[in-house]
Design a protein around this ligand. Structure first.
Ligand SMILES: [Zn+2]
Length: 172
């Protein structure tokens, strides 16, 4: 006797295919993975992803809550509500600027002098925070224009300040 129901198998395969198709269409993570482009240059794409995306070579993870965002080398951590809280686009550009710093510096120097102080600084919405040398150059590298009140985009002079600051005893 033949117990194999070929029609039933076909039906099960079709149902499984339909299930996978619908899961793929509805799952936010699947959508993120489908849209993933490591060299994406659209800040909104990174902001609109639910869990994971990428920006200019950096993997972007929506994870840190309470308005905190940070750049840890090849990974950018964004508040899931970043687009609402902090004007989003500037934050993505700024954190991307930290990745430019990371690639330009030895990773140890980057973490000691920029990554860790930047990550644990408490005054991220304070104007003074973004006037710190390593924050200014992150803005410059990231192409951020913070508008009136932020008049530090004077280029080479500030990059000199940043370089001098790196030579300071604060850094290894
Ligand atoms: Zn920063």
């Amino acid at each position: 006797m033949n117990y194999v129901d070929l029609n039933g198998q076909d039906r099960a395969a079709a149902e499984l295919a339909n299930y996978l198709q619908s899961a793929n269409n509805t799952s936010d993570l699947a959508k993120d993975i489908k849209n993933f482009d490591l060299y994406n240059t659209d800040e909104n794409k990174a902001l609109n992803a639910k869990y994971v995306s990428a920006y200019r070579g950096q993997v972007v993870i929506k994870w840190l809550p309470n308005g905190r965002s940070g750049s840890l080398g090849p990974v950018m951590l964004l508040d899931p509500d970043e687009d609402v809280i902090n004007g989003g686009i500037q934050t993505v550009q700024h954190e991307g600027g930290h990745y430019v710093q990371y690639r330009a510096l030895d990773p140890v120097v980057y973490y000691m002098c920029i990554g860790i102080p930047s990550f644990f600084s408490q005054a991220q919405t304070n104007k003074d925070y973004y006037s710190q040398p390593w924050e200014i150059t992150a803005d410059i590298y990231g192409g951020v224009n913070r508008g009136p009140g932020f008049s530090y985009h004077t280029g080479a002079i500030l990059i000199d300040i940043f370089r001098d600051w790196l030579m300071d005893e604060n850094c290894p």
